[in-house]
Design a protein. Structure first.
Length: 275
């Protein structure tokens, strides 16, 4: 409820600016905006574990037109934070784990006028860093398990299209669909947090993709609407399991650490002030 109240207050501050703004054209315009969001977040390793919670997000965007042919460059920055609840059939559950991520992108795009609407295509390079603090002790089946910190790094290629059309009440509808191709990923697991002699593990992730979708109602310099973000990452490589400086063996075979295939989905609502 506290998160919702914060968004209501911010929205109330934005609303008075509507009556003083003129209708924005459909083409991409030079300028910037700042957005606040509230979302539901879930990370899953199917059949193994899940993290569920809510996040508050802050987004900033800057756009610069290039020449008169509809070209533009754009920079995005997003920070989202909150807590998540951990649940696993094998190692029990925990609540209130700190969990946040930061995402930044540099994009280049072009506007295309099509029968009373504008389509803007874009691509570029993106980076996403996520941190989860799962330190603590859980139990299941009479066994105790030690949690640890995790850091995810994704470098990806975004490819998107924005559809803009005018509405009868001097507003516009802006729909965005984006596909993100994972270029390189790295997962750092601070296994040493358990205090059991385990060495930290760094796994490489090379296969995966993401999707982004948003539907924004814009009038004057205020925009609002729902959005969705999704990631699907395949299993990583395998790195040796090291304890107290030595390779771990089980039944005569060397053991290793792997980052399982996983998916992340986030649904939210965003309010944006344009400048």
């Amino acid at each position: 409820m506290r998160n919702i109240a914060v968004l209501i207050v911010i929205g109330a501050l934005f609303i008075p600016t509507i009556t003083h703004a003129e209708l924005s054209p459909l083409q991409t315009q030079t300028g910037s905006n700042i957005s606040l969001s509230l979302s539901s977040y879930q990370y899953r390793e199917p059949g193994i574990m899940s993290l569920k919670g809510s996040k508050i997000g802050l987004d900033m965007m800057g756009i610069q037109q290039i020449g008169e042919r509809g070209l533009f460059i754009r920079g995005d920055l997003r920070y989202a934070f909150g807590t998540v609840d951990y649940n696993s059939n094998g190692s029990g559950s925990a609540t209130g784990e700190p969990d946040w991520y930061i995402e930044t992108r540099g994009l280049v795009g072009k506007d295309w006028g099509v029968k009373g609407m504008v389509l803007s295509t874009y691509t570029g390079l993106g980076y996403r860093f996520l941190f989860n603090d799962g330190r603590g002790i859980t139990s299941a089946g009479g066994q105790y398990y030690f949690g640890y910190r995790r850091a995810s790094n994704y470098f990806y290629l975004p490819m998107g299209i924005i559809h803009r059309c005018a509405l009868n009440n001097h507003a516009r509808l802006v729909n965005t669909l984006e596909y993100d191709h994972l270029l390189a990923g790295r997962q750092i697991s601070r296994l040493s947090d358990g205090g059991q002699g385990d060495w930290d593990a760094t796994n490489t992730q090379s296969r995966g993709y993401g999707l982004k979708l948003s539907i924004m109602y814009e009038k004057g310099n205020l925009a609002m609407g729902p959005y969705m973000s999704y990631w699907n990452i395949r299993q990583s490589d395998i790195v040796p399991a090291i304890k107290n400086g030595s390779q771990v063996y089980k039944n005569g075979f060397p053991m290793g650490w792997v980052e399982p295939k996983n998916n992340t989905i986030e649904f939210g609502f965003k309010i944006s002030q344009q400048f």
